[in-house]
Design a protein around this ligand. Structure first.
Ligand code: MG
Length: 396
């Protein structure tokens, strides 16, 4: 099967209230018309795409086609009515194309699959179009704004495009329409003139026609969702994160590091227990998740976090990671303190941290360093901690 696509895009879209015709307005940074043409370029059976553009935009359209590397396209001058544009396109259908697929330039979310389904159906029945069953209850309303009757929607379908017809049949239908001065809004209505029946293929709710500015927002949302599948498999298997924290030393506070209270004349001050090591670790995990930082999750303006054990915060951070499908691969943490000596306390810290992180102790490495009396840590004004972590995605 060889087919040509005709894309009537000759209108100048007065309903959109934009400076340029709607087919050139951008959807996710790409002109509508380009989205539309791209779908047809992906269908092997389509060997030629004829775009009928407004006279004043011929040059612009040709530039776009070149800019986006669309290689099957021929741009011709469209007309004021949709049917004028289709007829103009029909004159340029290559001889070897026995079918024509007509598709609205302003339906940019058409999928190659739906185009193929319409082509396949047309090959069987001679003519086929995309359509969707009507979902809403339909009322016939009089000029006085009163309902005349409710129409049985069971037999009603909403026409979409593409509409695929044998090339010679469509030519015949257009000749008949010209003789009768018939004005129609789609190809199916032209075929009715010559008593040719068209079959329907269930279309897609996403194959919307852009007619009002709001439609662009809807189309953009649909497009974003298509391009960012939220399946767990799409998530990376490893994520890296970094955390840094520092707290002041004060005389009247206990010194808590890694969930362990260490005997020392001064301790760290802060809203929670000020466990600087655990805070750096929390920040690293949140960083790996792309979830901001500890201040966002546990604000120090919230009285419920006053003097709270930071291991509880860590447990919540780990739970967040687990919910997103990640476990701690490993963590490497460096505490910067002039005093006290921390190494003797590391085994106990490791045990606590590993238990909260639901990880093996070997996954947590602790290091201590002084800054040789330089800076705020060197002057014993405070203690700082750095952490890096790797999170691993659990097998699904
Ligand atoms: Mg902190």
């Amino acid at each position: 099967m060889k087919a040509a696509a005709i894309i009537p895009a000759g209108g100048i879209g007065k309903r959109m209230g934009l400076g340029t015709p709607k087919q050139f307005s951008c959807l996710a940074g790409v002109p509508l018309l380009v989205h539309t043409v791209r779908a047809f370029e992906q269908v092997a059976e389509i060997s030629a795409i004829i775009v009928a553009a407004p006279m004043d935009y011929l040059q612009h359209t040709r530039q776009l086609i070149e800019q986006y590397g669309l290689y099957k396209v021929k741009v011709v001058t469209g007309g004021e009515l949709r049917q004028d544009s289709v007829q103009a396109g029909l004159a340029h259908v290559p001889l070897e194309c026995d079918f024509v697929a007509v598709h609205d330039g302003a339906r940019p979310l058409i999928s190659p699959e739906l185009i193929r389904a319409c082509l396949a159906a047309a090959q069987k029945t001679g003519a086929a179009m995309a359509a969707i069953p009507v979902k809403d209850t339909i009322k016939e309303v009089g000029a006085d704004q009163f309902i005349v009757r409710t129409i049985d929607r069971k037999t009603l379908w909403q026409a979409q495009t593409p509409q695929v017809v044998r090339t010679d049949t469509l030519r015949k239908a257009f000749t008949a329409a010209a003789e009768k001065s018939f004005i129609g809004t789609d190809e199916a209505s032209f075929l009715e003139l010559i008593n040719v029946r068209m079959s329907v293929v269930e279309g897609s709710e996403q194959n919307i026609k852009i007619t009002r500015p709001d439609d662009l927002l809807i189309a953009e949302a649909i497009l974003m969702k298509k391009e960012q599948p939220s399946t767990p498999l799409a998530a990376p298997s490893l994520r890296i994160g970094h955390g840094y924290d520092a707290h002041q030393l004060a005389a009247d506070r206990p010194l808590i590091l890694g969930g362990i209270e260490i005997p020392h004349p001064t301790g760290l001050s802060g809203h929670s227990d000020a466990d600087v090591l655990t805070h750096a670790l929390c920040d690293a995990i949140l960083g790996a998740l792309g979830a901001g930082d500890i201040g966002r999750h546990f604000p120090d303006t919230d009285p419920s976090y006053k003097n709270i054990s930071s291991l509880k915060l860590l447990a919540r951070v780990i739970a967040t990671a687990n919910e997103q499908g990640y476990t701690l691969g490993n963590a490497d943490i460096t505490v910067v303190a002039q005093a006290p000596k921390l190494a003797p306390h590391f085994p106990a810290m490791r045990e606590k941290l590993a238990a909260v992180c639901r990880a093996d102790q070997s996954a947590i490495n602790l290091k201590g360093t002084t800054t040789e009396k330089m800076g705020f840590t060197g002057r014993k004004e405070g203690i700082a901690a750095h952490a890096v972590v790797l999170l691993q995605r659990q097998a699904d």
